[in-house]
Write a protein that binds this ligand. Structure first.
Ligand code: MN
Ligand code: MN
Length: 468
């Protein structure tokens, strides 16, 4: 190869590099420390409510205070607004007024799971079960024969909200959904994956020991209800006003002989939520523009509901702060930037045919910038403009963030959305970016430590950046 060719190639063509060829030794140390913190967060935060509570606890430790409407705000103030215990927005008030816009990162803290139905408990063939209704896009066959725990709340008519935790403490019993043995699975094995496990068979096995006398009916169900009543003071009717979520019981762990990856439930999207949240908490100086971290609920079912990103709750919080500075909300929004921090699909060599290898995100290549998400002809995407992508390129490059640009799989293979579209609808300039994930939406997803830490670095750089 002539020098001229080499130089020309270096000058003109993309040179994608593995993140391990780009990060410093110091960064590797910081990455390990960061990832240990992330894994601990994951183990404490298996539901959106637990994430919100933990985020508030951590934020208060760093001096964040709940914001009350009508109060004045000054540069350097650290404030948060919690929406119904399931979504939190945190503000680090900047030196410049809110009329100059905010630097926002939004991630979601809900993950695919199995919710209990409103009338869940039943007995069949002297076994007790909870009926479930899956939440988000799951591949149903992945949720059988794994240990599950039950987390959530029962809201009582008297106004009390009782937290439920079955299976999370050491020594706790777990719950499970059974599956057919292969010896008798010949007919089931012929069915397509999507239909082999019908949703109505996703029933949690919760008991087998009867109470009462042998001629009594429903003895196992009653025994389970008795245990629940003893522990939580609830009766069967109270399930009507409960939010109980069956989630994988296994803790996060390192993956690979080299410990380079993390396996866990809920990387989508806690891997980004933790990154943008931690980066905000770690902001040591008052930022130029107000830095905001939004931890949203309900993304997995389309950002619907009063705690989802389509809800006006976010606007209400931002409008309150704007009002405190005498700024119109619309003025703030049109000068704001939002990083829609959500995971993307990592290239999986075992399923190479669903990816366009030239436009896929790879493990260890850093934050995946996505100009657009969506399905088919970009349906449901916010499709950031070129100038916005250029802004992010500049900010990430200047901060030494390892990043890559990617699409979520082949055009006709499927697709997905994020909260980006709902931020863009608010007249906020928005760009998708996130950590590449293997086995996304599975009960046990895998990410690379390097990408987790680069997401944190990327968020930190954005909070400090000057957009517009
Ligand atoms: Mn997501
Ligand atoms: Mn998802």
């Amino acid at each position: 190869m002539s020098d001229e060719f080499k130089n020309l190639k270096k000058k003109l063509l993309t040179a994608k590099k593995n993140g391990y060829d780009r990060v410093s030794d110091a960064d590797r140390g910081a990455m390990e420390e960061y990832c240990a913190g992330y894994m601990a967060f994951l183990n404490r935060c298996k539901t959106e409510r637990l994430c919100a509570a933990e985020a508030i606890r951590m934020a208060e430790e760093k001096g964040y205070k709940p914001y009350a409407r009508g109060r004045g705000v000054s540069p350097g103030d650290k404030l948060y607004v919690c929406n119904r215990g399931k979504s939190v927005t945190l503000f680090h008030i900047g030196k410049r007024p809110l009329s100059d816009g905010i630097m926002l990162a939004a991630a979601h803290i809900d993950s695919p799971r199995l919710d209990l139905k409103p009338t869940p408990l039943y007995e069949e063939s002297e076994l007790a079960f909870f009926k479930t209704h899956y939440y988000g896009g799951i591949r149903k066959y992945q949720w059988v024969t794994i240990p599950l725990e039950l987390r959530g709340v029962v809201a009582m008519k008297d106004g009390r909200t009782i937290p439920v935790n079955i299976g999370a403490e050491p020594g706790d019993p777990k719950l499970v959904i059974t599956d057919l043995l292969p010896h008798l699975g010949q007919e089931q094995a012929k069915k397509p994956l999507a239909t082999a496990i019908p949703a109505e068979t996703l029933n949690l096995l919760v008991g087998s020991r009867p109470v009462g006398d042998e001629d009594d009916k429903g003895r196992v169900k009653l025994a389970v209800m008795k245990l629940l009543n003893e522990k939580y003071g609830i009766t069967e009717d109270d399930f009507n006003s409960a939010e109980l979520e069956a989630v994988p019981a296994s803790p996060a762990c390192e993956i690979g002989l080299d410990r380079s990856m993390i396996g866990a439930y809920g990387h989508d999207d806690r891997v980004c939520a933790y990154a943008v949240f931690k980066a905000l908490l770690d902001l040591s100086e008052t930022p130029e523009k107000t830095a905001v971290c939004m931890l949203a609920d309900k993304e997995e079912i389309g950002s619907e509901g009063v705690t989802g990103m389509r809800s006006a709750a976010f606007d209400a919080a931002l409008e309150d702060l704007c009002a405190a500075q005498g700024v119109a909300l619309r003025e703030c929004r049109e000068k704001s930037f939002c990083l829609s921090a959500d995971v993307t699909a990592a290239f999986d060599p075992d399923y190479a045919d669903v990816f366009d290898k030239r436009n896929a995100a790879f493990l260890n290549y850093g934050v995946g910038l996505c100009k657009y998400t969506g399905a088919r002809g970009k349906s449901g995407a916010s499709d950031a403009d070129a100038e916005t992508v250029a802004f992010a390129r500049r900010v990430f490059d200047e901060a030494g963030v390892v990043w890559q640009i990617a699409e979520l799989g082949k055009v006709d293979a499927g697709g997905g959305g994020t909260v980006a579209a709902y931020m863009a609808q608010r007249n906020i300039t928005t760009l998708d970016a996130g950590v590449p994930v293997l086995s996304m939406h599975a009960p046990f997803e895998t990410v690379a430590k390097l990408d987790c830490y680069q997401m944190y670095k990327g968020a930190a750089a954005l909070y400090r950046a000057a957009f517009a």
